[in-house]
Design a binder for this molecule. Structure first.
Ligand code: SF4
Length: 268
């Protein structure tokens, strides 16, 4: 369900590395990823429903942004720092597109992160920016796992094609490889596929069990791969190290293929 809401501010200061501002056209996210911790970041009220069931579309955001851009100091605006700016609601509302038009008018640098091929719709605008990067999130190459983990997002194939198309059109791309889901994220083959689409860099991240995430991940594992439950409990409840070796593998794999890669330390 989509609810239209009005907001008073558009750009908020961002603490994320490389970003001065955060801009989120939607509150709530139809992609409904099992590992999503945005509900704890924005203090999602459960009375509104489960994450993914309701999305608030900030319909007056472009108008507010337009005013703010006249007075704010130029800085990198992160589009979709909390929720996906190209989730299905964007097809109808085009709030992200209108925000991009305004950011372009003021020549603001922009960094987008999404799991949706809908970003290709805005190629005409993306191509005109002096400074823009588009990041696509990938967690697995196995679409049967993807459909359970990220039910509302684009397929793996669509995301790889999106990266390819963006690169072909001269847009800087990056990949958010994460969260790495133990024994589900096929790290070696994923790095191979990522290297083929030549992103500017890769950021790899672990699963972050913020409030409410463990229950959802546990439910997903119990249904999708119950044989992994004991491993997940070992890693996440008894905190046995899993990621050191996996991250080394990703870093090594990327280095061998000439792709810059970093481990995300933000939020540690
Ligand atoms: S796309 Fe991002 S914001 Fe949306 S549900 Fe998935 S993790 Fe959460």
């Amino acid at each position: 369900m989509i609810k239209e809401v009005k907001v008073k501010t558009a750009l908020s200061p961002s603490k994320l590395p490389g970003l001065e501002y955060a801009l989120n056209p939607y509150r709530g996210c139809e992609h409904a990823c099992v590992y999503c911790y945005a509900p704890s970041v924005i203090h999602w009220d459960k009375e509104k429903g489960e994450w993914g069931e309701l999305v608030e579309a900030k319909v007056n955001l472009p108008r507010i942004l337009s005013k703010e851009l006249r007075v704010k100091k130029k800085g990198v605006a992160g589009l979709g720092t909390v929720t996906d700016p190209y989730q299905p609601a964007e097809k109808k509302y085009e709030i992200t597109r209108r925000c991009l038009e305004l950011l372009l008018l003021h020549d603001f640098p922009v960094c987008i992160q999404t799991k949706s091929s809908l970003v290709l719709r805005d190629m005409d605008l993306l191509k005109k920016f002096t400074n823009i990067e588009v990041g696509i999130t990938l967690t697995t190459l196995d679409d049967s796992a993807r459909v359970k983990m990220e039910p509302g997002a684009s397929t793996v194939e669509e995301r790889l094609r999106t990266l390819e198309e963006l690169s072909k059109n001269g847009i800087n791309t990056w990949v958010f490889l994460g969260p790495v889901m133990p024994y589900i994220t096929d790290v070696d083959t994923l790095v191979d596929s990522i290297a083929k689409v030549k992103p500017k860099y890769v950021l790899v991240d672990k699963l972050r069990l913020k409030e409410g995430v463990w229950e959802k991940v546990r439910g997903f594992i119990a249904e999708f791969k119950p044989e992994l439950l004991a491993d997940y409990e070992r890693i996440f409840l008894r905190e046995e190290d899993y990621y050191t070796e996996v991250f080394e593998k990703v870093l090594r794999g990327c280095e061998e293929k000439g792709v810059r890669c970093e481990v995300n330390r933000f939020g540690d």
